[in-house]
Design a protein around this ligand. Structure first.
Ligand SMILES: [Zn+2]
Length: 130
């Protein structure tokens, strides 16, 4: 099991269905930077997902979540716009994926290319990757 910083409890990062945990070190670094920039609590809703959990949430099978590269987070007291603007200031996420969800959270990941998207009522309303 990778070293987990106290700011992000292992239970929040582990798969919700089975407790399995795989988290990339770059993701942890990015989350720490996001926390520093935010100056307020950054709450991980979901990070690692096993294949079973990934199917349950109906997401694409190669999602960064199943590789331990992604986290869905909420930043306390910040709007979605503010959360996005904080995330793009984190190099690990700016070079990777940032998605905005109308459920009041953002997805951040450390994939190998830049991707951005917005999802409203379960639909992608905008997406871009380079
Ligand atoms: Zn699981």
């Amino acid at each position: 099991m990778p070293a987990i910083h106290n700011n992000f409890p292992a239970a929040d990062l582990a798969c919700p269905c089975c407790g399995e945990l795989k988290i990339d070190a770059r993701l942890m670094k990015g989350l720490e930077r996001l926390l520093e920039l935010a100056g307020t609590a950054v709450i991980v809703r979901e990070a690692y997902r096993c294949a079973t959990r990934q199917q349950e949430v109906g997401a694409v099978s190669d999602s960064a979540h199943t590789q331990g590269l992604a986290a869905d987070v909420r930043i306390v007291g910040r709007t979605l716009q503010q959360m996005y603007e904080l995330a793009v200031q984190v190099p690990e996420f700016n070079q990777g994926g940032i998605g905005v969800y109308d459920g009041g959270f953002i997805h951040v990941d450390v994939r190998s290319y830049s991707a951005r998207w917005a999802r409203v009522r379960g639909q992608y309303v905008w997406a871009s990757s380079t």
